[in-house]
Design a protein around this ligand. Structure first.
Ligand code: FES
Length: 106
């Protein structure tokens, strides 16, 4: 279990307990957080789960895979620490992780 902080583009913050093994996308969708859609259900196929990982956490989450990078090239405002939320699996190591949500998904 890890506490993940989701910060909406508006600045609204949500601290959510997410079970190990779930993804950042699932944690947001399960808790009805605006700003993450997860249209493909986590198949790395839609890029509607774009998140911007806080700089201090990017070494822990690691960078995107090749397939993920290709999808991220198409999101409205890619950032250097952009990831797809469905490709970050929660574990105790990510307790305290902070992600920001973009102004819009696709
Ligand atoms: Fe579709 Fe993440 S939910 S790419």
């Amino acid at each position: 279990m890890a506490t993940i902080t989701y910060i909406e583009h508006s600045g609204a913050e949500h601290q959510i307990q997410v079970e190990d093994g779930k993804t950042i996308m699932q944690g947001a969708v399960d808790n009805l957080i605006d700003g993450i859609l997860g249209d493909c259900g986590g198949c790395c196929n839609c890029a509607t789960c774009h998140v911007i990982v806080d700089d201090a956490w990017f070494t822990k989450t690691g960078g995107p895979s090749e397939q993920e990078s290709e999808l991220l090239e198409g999101v409205p405002e890619p950032m250097p620490t952009s990831r797809l939320g469905c490709q970050i699996t929660v574990s105790d190591d990510l307790d305290g992780l902070v992600v920001r949500l973009p102004e819009e998904q696709f």
